[in-house]
Design a protein around this ligand. Structure first.
Ligand code: MN
Length: 237
């Protein structure tokens, strides 16, 4: 089944990732989409929803090769190892994250499971030829919360650039209202009762080969050329 190419060019795993995996993650945020047990997906990360070189020149194939093929894969493999033989192994990834967050002795599991979740969310939030302003209900929601798309861009960029060290910047929905927040290291909005809508990875491994120390340029390129607004719309519900 793995990596079987369908007529549309999607792999079977890729389809499962977009149709069930990420929707399953979102479901636990209360958006009512179908679920997927961790045990079904196993230790492998859901396939990248585009070919490794598809984001060039915005993000190089080399960056994607390491970031997806090594970093993301390791977070999944570590999580699988840590839940093996435990009741957690039957839970979807987001439930593992929430359970681990409650247990001070499960810090390593939290870090790996949350990073697995954060990365799959990131990969599904970008696409070749994406970015620019959204339309429809996403634009309306952004206009309502930030007073315009340019104001949102500035707040998202400033937040991403202002995250000291490794972490993430997010567009989230909290109690029905859109907000931009940042998290450090593996931290993830779901533990703060926030529904993630979009994220940018600002760990140096996400951009250093292509942008070196120019994090702001990477975030600007992310917003102008990569964001998958259809994914944001699906998360917005
Ligand atoms: Mn990363």
């Amino acid at each position: 089944m793995k990596n079987q190419i369908t007529d549309s060019g999607m792999t079977r795993r890729m389809f499962l990732a977009s149709a069930a995996g990420v929707c399953g993650l979102v479901a636990a945020n209360g958006l009512g989409l179908g679920g997927l047990a961790w045990a079904e997906e196993g230790p492998m990360a859901p396939a990248l929803p585009f070919p490794e070189a598809a984001l060039e020149p915005v993000i190089s194939a080399k960056t994607i090769g390491f970031h997806f093929g090594k970093h993301t894969a390791l977070y999944y493999a570590n999580t699988a190892k840590m839940v093996a033989g435990k009741p957690l192994a039957a839970m979807p990834l987001d439930k593992i994250v929430l359970e681990a967050a409650k247990d001070p002795s499960a810090m390593a599991l939290f870090n790996n499971a949350a990073q697995a979740w954060n990365h799959t969310f990131y990969w599904n939030g970008i696409k070749p030829g994406g970015g620019g302003a959204p339309t429809g209900k996403v634009l309306e929601a952004i206009n309502g919360a930030f007073g315009g798309f340019e104001a949102f861009k500035k707040e998202f960029t400033d937040t991403a650039v202002g995250q000291f060290g490794s972490g993430w910047a997010w567009l989230v929905k909290e109690e029905g209202k859109l907000k931009v927040v940042k998290t450090a290291n593996a931290a993830t909005p779901m533990t703060s009762n926030q529904v993630a809508l979009l994220t940018v990875d600002v760990w140096e491994h996400a951009y250093y080969l292509d942008y070196q120390n120019r994090r702001a340029d990477y975030v600007t390129a992310f917003l102008d050329k990569l964001v998958n607004w259809d994914f944001v719309a699906k998360n917005l519900g």
